[in-house]
Write a protein that binds this ligand. Structure first.
Ligand SMILES: Nc1ncnc2c1ncn2[C@@H]1O[C@H](COP(=O)(O)OP(=O)(O)OP(=O)(O)O)[C@@H](O)[C@H]1O
Ligand SMILES: [Mg+2]
Length: 352
């Protein structure tokens, strides 16, 4: 039971899609636990999928963000902008039990919904980092941890599993999300710029310098200064791998190998940045062992993925057949489901 940030500095790699699928599957396979998703992205894509997809989900988003105060992350952040350095203990007020709005999602999955207002609040958050006591930065960077603690107390649970969907850019609210997390899931896609994005993550969060003389990120320096904990890298996840033909498969292998190289260098420099798992396992001693522990793969499920997101039906509950959405009929094939389902199941089984 931990707090997982799903983040890559690159857009469109599947952070929101994976948050949706992983959180639903984790909740389904842990029916006796309450599970929380915090959507820290103003685009609110994972919220939209969780709340029912492009039609119902978008409507539900409108309702939640139109409440007074909004029952979204922005409602909570507004409380904290007013009271930056004194905990408002108000986090649990912003929870939504998703099942009441989207019956495809397990009853034990809860959401602090994303909100486009977060973008507007960024300036206020940044100001709070410097306006108050000497350790303002530290206090502001515990806001999301405070929110999670509020939820724990309201559920009367000491430990809960939390998935935080993040915005790609390393804005102040992404910093807050990363600072609240114990573990990092790093999705990447097969294109050429993935390596650069992974390097950015390693440099922004873990202070890995890309060239001599480069300065470390303010985030990393402040985390050190205030002796705060960083999330440990849990997994780097190749998402939407195309295995249609041999040439794309080999191009993809090259990208994966390059990213493995980047992440492995960080491991060699400081293994404490990684979360050895499953708990109790010895740390890997070889490249193969490292990859077996930290590397994962989620295949592209093509139309099945589109339908899953558009209707807010987790892929593990989606069935083959003709589906209707947005006035169109589309066909979901079992072969598409079979491509991705085992990956999601295996990956979720590795989460503890
Ligand atoms: N494994 C997958 N199979 C098929 N489609 C996928 C898969 N993963 C993601 N997608 C699709 O790829 C697109 C981008 O995914 P998503 O929105 O999750 O990326 P993101 O990293 O959250 O983007 P952003 O940086 O904008 O927040 C979406 O249309 C999503 O449905
Ligand atoms: Mg997203």
């Amino acid at each position: 039971m931990s707090v997982y940030a799903i983040w890559n500095n690159k857009g469109g790699v599947g952070k929101s899609y994976l948050t949706f699928q992983i959180a639903c599957e984790y909740a389904r396979t842990h029916p006796n636990e309450n599970v929380l998703v915090v959507d820290m992205c103003p685009q609110a894509n994972s919220s939209s999928m969780l709340l029912g997809g492009i039609e119902a989900g978008e409507r539900n988003l409108e309702v939640l963000s139109g409440m007074t105060p909004p029952r979204t992350i922005s409602g909570y952040i507004a409380d904290r902008i007013v009271s930056p350095y004194v905990n408002t203990n108000s986090g649990a007020n912003y929870l939504t039990q998703i099942h009441s709005l989207n019956a495809w999602v397990p009853r034990n999955l809860f959401l602090v919904c994303g909100d486009e207002e977060l973008e507007m609040q960024a300036a206020g958050i940044r100001l709070a980092c410097s306006a108050g006591p000497a350790d303002s930065w530290r206090i502001v960077h515990t806001w999301i941890s405070d929110l999670i603690d509020d939820v724990k107390h309201s559920w009367n649970q000491e430990n809960i599993t939390v998935f935080i969907d993040c915005n790609p850019s390393f804005t102040i609210y992404t910093e807050l999300a990363i600072a609240a997390s114990d573990r990092l899931i790093l999705p990447f896609s097969a294109d050429g710029s993935s390596k650069r994005a992974v390097r950015s993550v390693l440099s922004l969060v873990y202070g890995v310098l890309r060239r001599p003389g480069q300065s470390q990120s303010e985030f990393f320096r402040n985390i050190e200064r205030y002796r705060m904990a960083l999330p440990q890298i849990y997994s780097y996840v190749g998402n939407r791998l195309t295995q249609m033909n041999n040439s794309s498969a080999s191009a993809f292998r090259t990208v994966v190998l390059e990213i493995f190289g980047e992440v492995f260098r960080v491991w060699q420099a400081d293994p404490s940045n990684f979360c050895v798992h499953p708990n109790g396992n010895p740390a890997p001693t070889s490249r193969t062992g490292f990859r077996a522990m930290f590397e994962a793969q989620i295949n592209d499920a093509n139309t099945a993925s589109v339908v899953s997101g558009a209707l807010g039906i987790p892929i593990c509950r989606l069935t083959a057949g003709t589906k209707n959405f947005a006035g169109r009929q589309v066909q979901v094939n079992q072969s598409q489901l079979d491509k991705q389902l085992p990956n999601i199941r295996d990956f979720v089984a590795s989460i503890e």
